[in-house]
Design a protein around this ligand. Structure first.
Ligand SMILES: Nc1ncnc2c1ncn2[C@@H]1O[C@H](COP(=O)(O)OP(=O)(O)O)[C@@H](O)[C@H]1O
Ligand SMILES: [Mg+2]
Length: 258
């Protein structure tokens, strides 16, 4: 992965810190000085055990929460310096989210669910249809578009949430434990879809997970421990061999990360 110093960064994170105060007056630092750069086309998994601060980190990067210290530049824009109006534009135009819960609307077909962010933005209907078809193909949902959420499996709903998050072509997709509620077959289908969105659609993805299997679909894995990024693995091999390497590192870092 050769980089040029002039390469555009989607996210530039410098010395980020975040803590939560408690009634007793003790502050728990959860994020203790994290710096990282994310470039177009990256697919990064941040791994760490439950309670390591993965969700906290993702909420900071995705503008849902504010850091105590440090800087986040999204596409060159310092998030600390932008007002609320600009922040909601950034969320709408530049950021996609997938959470553990699918959050599809029950009274709309899958097609309308995926189209929703475009329809809300007043995109022309022919263009909406084209983009929905494209994302449905990436996520293996083409023959399910007319169905309603209650007619879909958990895996199909989560792939629908992925398609909806990417239909606006965001600068970056944030995924928080996206396979957390899925069985292993549906997890694999979702991860293969994300991998394909990254490879063929050039989607930039930052996923946090405690699961080595999920992480092995990413191109790079960062390990979060004690509030810092402890090490980083870059995938150079087939996924299965990468998975073994992630497990080995997990064990050498202190074993069980559940
Ligand atoms: N809003 C909050 N208020 C107080 N403590 C919090 C809050 N959010 C997270 N924490 C604490 O921060 C730590 C990291 O949480 P989290 O980021 O959810 O971890 P992870 O997603 O890796 O499981 C935990 O100890 C959690 O209890
Ligand atoms: Mg979490």
């Amino acid at each position: 992965m050769e980089r040029n110093i002039t390469d555009r960064k989607i996210l530039e994170i410098r010395n980020l810190t975040k803590g939560f105060g408690s009634r007793g007056g003790y502050e728990t630092r959860v994020i203790k000085g994290i710096s990282m750069d994310i470039f177009p086309g990256d697919f990064i998994a941040v791994m760490g055990p439950s309670g390591a601060g993965k969700t906290t980190l993702l909420n900071l990067l995705s503008t849902l929460d504010k850091p105590d210290g440090g800087q986040i530049l999204l596409d060159g824009e310092n998030l600390e310096k932008v007002g609320n109006k600009r922040l909601s534009e950034i969320r709408r135009d530049k950021i996609g989210f997938i959470f553990q819960e699918y959050n599809l609307l029950d009274n709309m077909s899958l097609e309308d669910n995926i189209a929703l962010p475009l329809s809300l933005n007043g995109v022309k209907s022919t263009e909406v249809r084209r983009r929905v078809q494209k994302m449905a193909a990436v996520f293996g949902l083409t023959e399910h578009l007319k169905k309603y959420p209650y007619q879909l499996s958990g895996g199909q709903k989560q792939r629908g949430a992925g398609a909806r998050a990417l239909v606006t072509e965001p600068e970056i997709l944030f995924a928080d434990e996206p396979t957390g509620a899925l069985d292993s077959r549906s997890s694999r289908d979702l991860l293969v879809s994300l991998e394909s969105a990254n490879r063929s659609g050039n989607a930039t993805i930052l996923m946090v997970t405690h699961d080595a299997y999920a992480a092995s679909y990413a191109k790079q894995v960062y390990f979060l421990a004690d509030g810092q990024i402890r090490c980083r693995l870059v995938k150079k091999e087939e996924r299965k061999a990468f998975y073994e390497r992630i497990l080995d590192l997990q064990i050498s870092m202190g074993g069980e990360q559940e």
